[in-house]
Design a protein around this ligand. Sequence first.
Ligand code: SAH
Length: 395
Amino acid sequence: MTDITLHPHRDFSVLHRHPWIFSGAIARIDGTPEPGVPVRVLSAEGEVLGIGAFSPSSQIRVRMWTFGDKQAVDEAFVRDRVARAVGGRAIFIAEDQTNAYRLVNAEADGVPGLIADRYGDWIVCQFTAAGAERWKREIVSALQAFSPCRGVYERSDVDVREHEGLPPLTGVLAGEPPPERIEIVEHSCRYLVDVRAGHKTGFYLDQRDSRETVKRYANGCDVLNAFSYTGGFGIAAVAAGAASVIHVDLSEPALELAKSNTALNTCHVDESSFIQGNVFEVLRKFRDEGRSFDLVVLDPPKFAESKGSLMKAARGYKDINLLGIKLLRPGGLLATFSCSGLMTPDLFHKVVSDAAVDAKRDIQVIKRLQQAEDHPEGLCFPEGLYLKGLLCRAW
Ligand code: SAH
């Protein structure tokens, strides 16, 4: 195994069990390891810090598999990591809440660069780092062993693979190809998921708990579901007895699926409840028309892609929240989210409170929200907490 030695004083993060080693921390590489192979990481003093996967083209040059000098990284190790992750999700099967949930959440589950999501009888995977890519065959076989399924499908069509020097890939990895739409159950709602072309691996599983929270408050409400994707929050609200729901999204295929999902859960589909458009413009138009709602959901895409764009993103979040707050009737609820990992919960809180100040409204936080429990955050890997939200009431 190739040894990689760090510069003096650059072992701090590894010693604190953070899994990423950036290229600037590396003093010496003894050899020319292949992409994704296990490499041994040493401090400047020669102490073995652990074993990681080598990514020659990425700024994140090594992703740690294991810390200390006790374990070997081989097929049995990778199998065990998958078993450990899948075993932790047994509660979803036991409690019968849903048949769609994340089986492996990358770094937080000790398998850097691997996302594996279960949708009914299929597993959909994303390999985003050279290490996970290298062990693909073993990972797929372990997933099939520990979470039996009809097929495993790959959705590695994500930009981050470019940093790893990996091409985009999609297709069947094992078993049967998935149908055009997989029907999933989430608590009392049913959703159709397009795992071949939908966002992420097909559905925003990370919002499951927040959809349940919104449900508790939605009875009798007129709801605005902004950035609706395939209907998620709005369909949950209807199931809870919402009086009306308007979905707004830019994506036509997402709205088509939102209509199908509405039909699947209720008898009546009102075409005018689905607006294809830019949320910023639609909300401004609603404001100018004097429209108002009891519950507004704001679940925008990632606005901050890099540290350099964080302040611009913060302005975007503030604008959208200001517009959302202005549309709330007195006592109305705002469920607002940010899935930008770079936006910390504190900064997000500040942005929403700045919007409240500009809107001249009294606002209370009823609940702090975050990604669902099948998307755990590594305790020593704060980057893993990317999705945060606030459920607020505005007077
Ligand atoms: N709340 C959804 C997930 C939303 S993902 C759920 O629970 O399933 C974000 C969505 O915002 C995507 O569907 C994307 O198409 C949409 N989007 C991105 N920018 C937009 C904009 N400016 N106006 C309207 N929709 C937008």
